[in-house]
Design a protein around this ligand. Structure first.
Ligand code: XBP
Ligand code: MG
Length: 255
């Protein structure tokens, strides 16, 4: 393991952190997959807020069936059927991303550019699939941006999704870094719990579905990463020098 303890890597969550993908991305794609399969399931904006407590699309569909469509529980090959529905959903999500209607959140592109210039390692730790990460990066930063991330931990690569620490453990192992040399950027309580359980200092940029969650333990809780001409709002935690997050501010958060 590398012994230095300055900032070496930034680990980004995807959904809600890089972009606000849930309401107008994933939710729509789930509904399209249900319609395609003649299911009268409609995940409204409100209902989806409840379903988001369960991370992972397949896990979310199963939770929905258990609670709202229990008649399907007896279905032969239920697991395979859920996986099939989810695969269909991923296809719709990729098509939605190709349209390019979901932008990156404030400050994300600027920070990634700066970190690359400073040769700070970039990584991703997400619950969503690799296909979805690729689709979002392609439509926002361009296809070449996928290679900017040294490690991408996504979807079923680990057995237990967030809030379990498994995905962060996996990414840290691939990076061969100690958690104290890194910072995680997350938007949800499940994501924060996952990062903290892996001993990672964590910055929260709250996303639209997660405004009233518990972010105890985060180094700072911000409205977003901010831009020099569009400052973030500090909601909780360590006072910062600037009103936009850059390399120096991330380093300061580690202390
Ligand atoms: C977000 C999730 C994902 C997405 C849907 O996690 O929980 O399940 O909602 O994507 P994160 P999939 O913020 O950690 O990226 O359907 O591909 O799971
Ligand atoms: Mg998230």
């Amino acid at each position: 393991m590398n012994s230095g303890n300055t900032l070496q890597a930034v680990l980004f969550d995807v959904d809600g952190t890089l972009a606000d993908t849930e309401q107008d991305g994933h939710r729509i794609a789930f509904n399209q997959a249900f319609q395609e399969n003649d299911l009268d399931w409609q995940w409204s904006i409100d209902l989806y807020g409840e379903l988001l407590q369960v991370t992972g699309g397949k896990e979310r569909i199963r939770y929905y069936i258990e609670k709202y469509a229990p008649d399907r529980l007896g279905k032969v090959d239920l697991k395979d059927w859920i996986a099939y529905l989810h695969k269909t959903k991923t296809g719709f999500y990729e098509t939605l991303m190709e349209k390019g209607n979901i932008p990156l959140r404030p400050g994300v592109a600027r920070l990634i550019r700066e970190l690359r210039n400073k040769k700070i390692t970039l990584a991703i730790a997400t619950t969503t699939t690799m296909e979805n990460v690729t689709a979002l990066l392609k439509s926002t930063l361009g296809a070449e941006s996928i290679d900017w991330f040294d490690v991408i931990g996504a979807g079923d690569i680990v057995a237990k999704k967030k809030p379990a620490p498994d995905i962060y453990h996996w990414v840290l192992k691939e990076l061969e870094l100690d958690p104290q040399q890194c910072i995680a950027i997350e938007d949800s309580e499940n994501g924060l719990q996952s990062a903290l359980a892996a001993n990672l200092p964590t910055l929260i940029t709250i996303s639209s579905y997660n405004r009233s969650q518990d972010f105890t333990g985060a180094r700072a809780v911000l409205s977003d990463l901010g831009e020099p001409d569009k400052p973030f709002t500090l909601i909780d935690g360590k006072a910062l020098t600037k009103q936009w997050i850059d390399y120096d501010e991330l380093k300061g958060l580690l202390k």
